[in-house]
Design a protein around this ligand. Structure first.
Ligand SMILES: [Zn+2]
Length: 315
């Protein structure tokens, strides 16, 4: 296997720096790419974190995978692990790169384009051609908690199968987004890629980290890359979800949180008037559903996304 000018033989582990640019201060920016190769050939799995620079749980999952024993015990195949793809966002505590562009809307990118396009291009050009399966670890948004979940591309049988192997508590199929890593991996490289989401930006969430690592382990077990049997985990599978939005602005408190089933008509939370004039307004579920995300911010505007509910549980 060759990345840039580095040759990595079977049985070798190596860390490669993929250069993507330079800060105004002159510091060089590299994508640290850890390659773990067993002595026996086999599939190549990409484990990626930090596409969004403030999504710490995703980075922590990849970091723990790298620094635990798991990847040093491969009996066949290769794991390519990148904990922090968007270094620019990470050092700025930001989802995006400094010019405001989103790396996950910039694939496949270009060598000479703007920052986000260059970061995306590093993966598209140097990594995806080597990969059979991709796991892309994200975290929820600011104040927006995601229950640990997998998103995979609707109609992609290989990705659906991979989601079942990963065995997250919840998996949902969606159409992939234009210029996203998931779309480009599938359309240009025939790589099924799962997007994991867990917790909220800039906050550690132990539950999400634990489920992310367990999912990596199951994917490796299933591909016979670890010397241990595959232990399937049954999760919940949905093919539809939608947000319940704030009917007015004010102070928001949730009564139901992510990871719970809700019944039609059940109160999910309420918005109160900070001035103490209007009565509180309750928000009710319109149908039976499973809550996959909720908003933790105490101050909301009309139309803000409060609860993400999943419907159509698969048998
Ligand atoms: Zn993300």
């Amino acid at each position: 296997m060759k990345i840039l000018t580095e040759e990595i033989a079977l049985g070798q582990n190596q860390t490669i720096k993929i250069p993507v640019g330079q800060l105004p201060s002159g510091n060089l920016i590299n994508i640290y790419t850890h390659v773990f190769r067993a002595s026996e050939p086999g599939p190549t799995i990409l484990i990626l974190g930090g596409v969004h620079g403030d999504e710490i749980n995703g980075m922590e999952i990849v970091r723990q995978a790298i620094q635990s024993d798991m990847l040093n015990q491969l009996v066949r195949g290769t794991v390519i692990a990148i904990p922090v793809l968007n270094v620019y966002g990470f050092i700025n505590f930001s989802r995006e790169v400094p010019d405001g562009k989103d790396v996950n809307r910039s694939f496949p990118g270009t060598k000479t384009g703007s920052l986000a396009a260059r970061v995306a291009f590093g993966i598209h050009k140097h990594i995806l051609p080597l990969v059979d399966v991709g796991l892309d670890f994200h975290t929820g948004g600011r104040n927006n908690y995601n229950y640990p979940q997998i998103r995979y591309t609707e109609g992609d049988e290989a990705a659906a199968e991979l989601a079942r192997v990963f065995g997250a508590p919840v998996s949902i199929s969606y159409k992939s987004i234009r210029k996203s890593l998931r779309r480009v991996a599938r359309d240009k490289h025939q790589v099924p890629l799962l997007v994991f989401e867990g917790g909220e930006a800039q906050r550690y969430d132990g539950l999400s980290i634990q489920h992310g690592l367990a999912g990596i382990r199951r994917v490796l077990q299933h591909h016979e890359m670890l010397d241990e049997p595959f232990q399937a985990e049954k999760g919940l599978y949905f093919d539809h979800s939608s947000w319940v939005r704030a009917p007015r602005g004010g102070l928001f408190q949730w009564m139901k949180s992510s990871g719970s089933w809700v019944k039609r008509g059940e109160p999910l939370g309420f918005i109160s008037d900070p001035q103490g004039i209007k009565d509180s307004r309750f928000i009710h579920a319109r149908a039976d559903a499973f809550m996959i995300a909720h908003n933790n911010t105490p101050v909301v505007s009309m139309g803000d996304a409060l609860f993400h509910l999943a419907y159509n549980l698969e048998a």
